[in-house]
Write a protein that binds this ligand. Structure first.
Ligand SMILES: [Zn+2]
Length: 317
């Protein structure tokens, strides 16, 4: 019904009806009056949307193209904006070398969750906006001279939350890597477990870590990269058990949020708490790597770790 009335209004000219209420004599008089300059509201600068982005940290305005070319990093202050999973994969693997796995796997609303909006409608909404089936993209690609099993999370899909599909795709990726003797790289960006799936999302914590344990037994390296933010259920499972744990500058990393911790412990948290820099200083992560250097650094770590493995194999270890 709403569509019909909307169509009528838009095509108002066809049936001879005016689309809007005709102005009264009073409003016509006001319209003809010269506006008082002093009373005019301050005008905002007209900036066409979708062309410019303002840096959240330093406030500089930059062309979207400039930002895209710089892998969504502010050229002035190095603030790392969120980046979509596919863009990140494109920046990491060699051209045309990535083969996506389990691309058609989709979440089901097993609990028939309804709240302010249903889980099904949320899934539909994010599938459209991100053009992904769920919050992770997995597959095998080549980085430098090594083939790697790569899993990249996308915060843009329901806050990068881990439901059954995220857990299952990552587990299958890790298992494939174990079978093929490949290293695993997982790039996390997540608010934690997916509440819409209740316990089913919590099961993913154990499942992913179980698969990683078999991968480790096969003496294969697993590099975990934490990006802004990596929190809660994801940080409490696969993201925290890398042979090497790297993070992007300024990333927020932790389990519970700072307000929860403050109210539970009744104490003030130190400045910079739960930032990548703070965690590096306190030994939770191994290195902070800017996005622009990520590929080169991952390749050099892989070379180091895989050469060691080849030597071990040669010694029969
Ligand atoms: Zn900036």
């Amino acid at each position: 019904m709403a569509t019909t009335s909307f169509t009528k209004k838009t095509l108002g000219l066809e049936n001879g009806e005016p689309a809007v209420t005709p102005p009264t004599t009073e409003t016509q008089a006001n319209f003809l009056k010269k506006p008082k300059l002093a009373a005019a509201p301050p005008r905002k600068r007209d900036i066409p949307e979708g062309l410019w982005t303002k840096c959240k940290k330093c406030g500089v305005m930059m062309y979207d193209k400039e930002l895209d070319d710089n892998l969504k990093v502010c050229p002035k202050c190095q603030y790392h904006f969120p980046i979509a999973a596919r863009e990140r994969i494109h920046a990491l693997v060699e051209t045309c070398s990535f083969e996506e796995s389990d691309a058609s796997m989709e979440s089901v609303d097993i609990l028939q969750f309804t709240g302010a909006s249903s889980y099904t409608s949320k899934l539909e909404q994010y599938k459209k906006s991100t053009k992904l089936k769920d919050a992770v993209c997995t597959g095998i690609g080549r980085m430098g001279k090594y083939r790697v099993a790569l899993g990249v999370m996308d915060f843009g899909f329901l806050g990068g939350s881990m439901g059954s599909v995220v857990g299952e795709r990552l587990t299958r990726l890790i298992e494939a890597a174990t079978g093929k003797g490949l290293p695993v790289i997982i790039i996390s960006a997540s608010g934690g477990a997916r509440m819409y799936e209740g316990t089913f999302s919590l099961m993913q914590l154990a499942k992913t870590c179980g698969a990683l344990a078999y991968h480790a037994k096969a003496k294969l390296p697993y590099l975990s990269v934490l990006t802004n933010p990596t929190m809660a259920g994801v940080m409490a499972s696969f993201a925290a058990v890398g042979d090497l744990i790297l993070a992007e500058p300024g990333a927020m990393i932790g389990f519970a949020g700072p307000r929860v911790i403050e109210s539970t412990t009744q104490s003030e948290l130190p400045p910079g708490f739960q930032t990548a820099e703070f965690l590096l200083e306190h030994g939770l992560i191994d290195a902070i790597v800017p996005r622009g250097e990520m590929k080169a650094r991952l390749c050099s770590y892989l070379e180091y770790l895989m050469v060691g493995r080849e030597q071990l194999a040669a010694l029969g270890g």
